[in-house]
Design a protein. Structure first.
Length: 221
């Protein structure tokens, strides 16, 4: 395996762990059993990559050809389960000022998988199609989170007023636009870092996208 491939694999595994932790944290907070924690963690971690590969015609998706991603996600999810079982306050309480553990891990996963999605699109021969790169990058970034929220029975975060998919879009656009002019690795770093920074700041300062009907005026069920 070449050094570049090894670096990409490591980055993917970091993103896998980050998303698996975010899914497992939600599962523990919703008091799911260990199977539910594993399912939510693994689906969050690999869901975006599966959707990405299907869009690019990569079949079977890499997740099924290389089980290391699902295995790492399962191990990370198991860790959260046992931490939640022994020290539930660690999962329930905020460990970062005004930023929950869930949002922190989710921001990391979103940023990493956004740029990995674009990197995969470029590797598949679409290096001259910035629109496709950005679409695949955002889909890869938000796909796992959508599956997580749907399985947990909540409105997907990407469809709510919080800055989520838009952060992924900014990172994807930055990567796609910078890629032809600067180092490939620097473009990846700038794209991922911008996504994480926007998500962290949005959570810290309660930034939201505008909605048509304010919450106080929304009809009550």
């Amino acid at each position: 395996m070449e050094i570049a491939d090894t670096i990409v694999l490591v980055i993917e595994l970091v993103g896998t762990v980050a998303f698996a932790l975010s899914g497992a944290v939600m599962a523990v907070q919703w008091r799911m059993d260990i199977f539910g924690v594993l399912v939510l963690g693994v689906c969050t971690a690999v869901g975006g990559g599966v959707i990405r590969d299907i869009l690019l015609g990569i079949t079977p998706p890499n997740t099924f050809r290389n089980p290391v991603y699902a295995l790492v996600a399962a191990l990370a999810s198991s860790l959260i389960f046992f931490v939640g079982k022994s020290e539930p306050e660690i999962i329930i309480s905020n460990r970062i000022q005004n930023l929950s553990l869930f949002n922190f891990f989710d921001a990391m996963g979103l940023g990493i998988f956004t740029v990995i999605g674009i990197n995969t699109a470029i590797g598949a021969g679409y290096g001259d199609n910035a629109f496709l790169q950005m679409f695949v990058g955002v889909t890869t970034g938000v796909g796992g989170g959508i599956l997580r929220d749907m399985l947990a029975g909540v409105t997907p975060l990407v469809l709510r007023k919080q800055i989520y998919a838009s952060a992924s879009f900014v990172g994807a656009a930055l990567y796609a636009c910078a890629y032809p002019f600067i180092s490939h690795w620097l473009a990846m770093f700038l794209g991922a870092a911008s996504v994480v920074l926007i998500r962290v700041l949005a959570a810290r300062y309660c930034w939201n996208l505008p909605v048509a009907i304010p919450e106080e005026k929304a009809p009550r069920s």
